[in-house]
Design a protein around this ligand. Structure first.
Ligand code: ZN
Length: 248
């Protein structure tokens, strides 16, 4: 017999499915981790659950489980984050948040911290007016730190001294990812400009609420996004596909 499960979740990915106007969803639930579920009939016109089959949809999902396969039977949508898809830039950056969660979160592994990180990042883009590039850079840093991939620019990887008040530092792709200037070896450390270092620190040490009033020049942000995405690639071993147009 099928078992009925109720869980909150965010749709990370939605792809075509071969059977009766259905779609296959990747959903991230704080209790269940990442899982796939079929949602039927949503390709039909005026389908009641169409909105629940879209990426970004956050809601309470009713699932029927049989032999490890999930079907969405109903969804009480709490937010579709509609405004994120109204602007190409925020849409691309918003999609990268979903993609990274999809790559990091394990199936069947509960993870409240990453769920709340994703939810608060989506809200910051949709409602709080935080620059979406700033949100994504902070998200990469927080995601890599929380999930144990070790990127944290707070201290020097060699001498452990705090880098919070350092005017310059270097980025490396091993250890925690940053070293003080006296431990930056030629050729090993990626040299970043004082403006880029300042921006990375500001994003690392301030909350999303504080970052509402922070404005950083687009060019500096663009380099910081490349640095963060490169850290993701070196540590997780996968490229963030949805950022490919932004990282040229
Ligand atoms: Zn040092």
């Amino acid at each position: 017999m099928a078992e009925t499960i109720k869980t909150i979740g965010i749709v990370l990915k939605s792809s075509k499915h071969t059977i009766d106007a259905a779609r296959l969803l990747d959903i991230f639930s704080p209790e269940l981790g990442r899982f796939s579920a079929v949602i039927r009939g949503v390709e039909k016109p005026k389908a009641k659950l169409a909105i629940a089959s879209q990426p970004f949809c956050f809601g309470e999902f009713m699932l029927s489980e049989r032999n490890g396969f999930y079907t969405v039977t109903d969804c009480f949508v709490q937010d579709s984050f509609f405004s994120i898809s109204q602007n190409l830039d925020s849409y691309v950056l918003g999609c990268s948040l979903l993609e990274m969660a999809d790559k990091i979160v394990q199936a069947g592994e509960s993870n409240y911290e990453i769920f709340m990180l994703l939810l608060s990042s989506l809200k910051a883009i949709a409602y709080d007016g935080v620059d979406p590039t700033i949100v994504v850079i902070k998200y990469i840093m927080d995601l890599l730190r929380i999930s144990g991939f070790g990127f944290d620019i707070a201290t020097c990887d060699v001498c452990s001294k705090s880098l919070k008040n350092e005017k310059r530092a270097a980025i490396v792709y091993t250890g925690n990812g940053a070293v003080c200037l006296s431990h930056a070896k030629n050729g090993e450390a990626l040299d970043i400009s004082p403006a880029e270092w300042d921006a990375l620190k500001s994003i690392r040490f301030q909350s999303l609420t504080e970052l509402q009033s922070v404005s950083i020049p687009a060019k500096v942000l663009s380099s910081c996004l490349s640095i963060a995405a490169k850290q993701f690639y070196y540590r997780v071993g996968e490229k963030i596909q949805s950022l490919s147009t932004r990282l040229k």
